[in-house]
Write a protein that binds this ligand. Sequence first.
Ligand code: NI
Length: 258
Amino acid sequence: MFIDSHAHIQLSQFNSDRDAVLKRAHEAALSAILVIGFDVKTSRGAVELAEKHENIYATVGMHPHDAKDFTPDTLQTLRALATHPKVLALGEMGLDYHRNLSPRPLQKAAFEKQLDMAEELDMPIIIHNRDAYMDILPILEARRGKMRGVLHCFTGDVEVMHRSLDIQFHIGIGGIVTYPNAKDVQAVAREVPAERLLIETDCPWLAPQFRRGKRNEPAYVRAVAEKIAELRGTSIETIGEVTTRNFQQLFASEGPLY
Ligand code: NI
């Protein structure tokens, strides 16, 4: 069994064939999909999808791209959505210094507000990072012991991995690991302790090598698991088992999901 720990199947890219996508996920032995919100609209969309399907869970949060639109109202809406029983985590949240679609001070402010909320609600978090580890890690390190979650679509090197592990975070590995020149991500996939590893697609983006440039979907998380298994000299079944257990422990500490 496999779990896609980071998917955006609430988006319109899936409107014409969402049921077929879910069917293929089921046929690929996925036992759950975590649908990630990144603003108010997509957070609502994630929750609505989770209400319709037993094996779908949701997160709610505000992406750093939209930090310029983050208001006290946003926070209140996210907080209300977060109380839904199928919402397992807050995020994605974080910092994005690659595209800089919001000014950095506003990105940091929106990130800190959401971290406060995670601490108050005692919920795990989904971190988005792009070229910003130098600021994200100190922010998380300052809250050491009060935060848990995953650094999703991890693209740092082994040194950044060790700092992330040191503050008890999980490492989310996605389709990039299957790209021939992704040497840092492959080194991380090889060296990360088994109990901290999660797999994801980040679909509709970042399709694995065999579908690179096309729309991604949850079923392709198997290609991620397969590549990690190859790198670690183990079986795809073992990667499935381990990452499913990790997901359960991180996001559903209060009892089994299914
Ligand atoms: Ni994402």
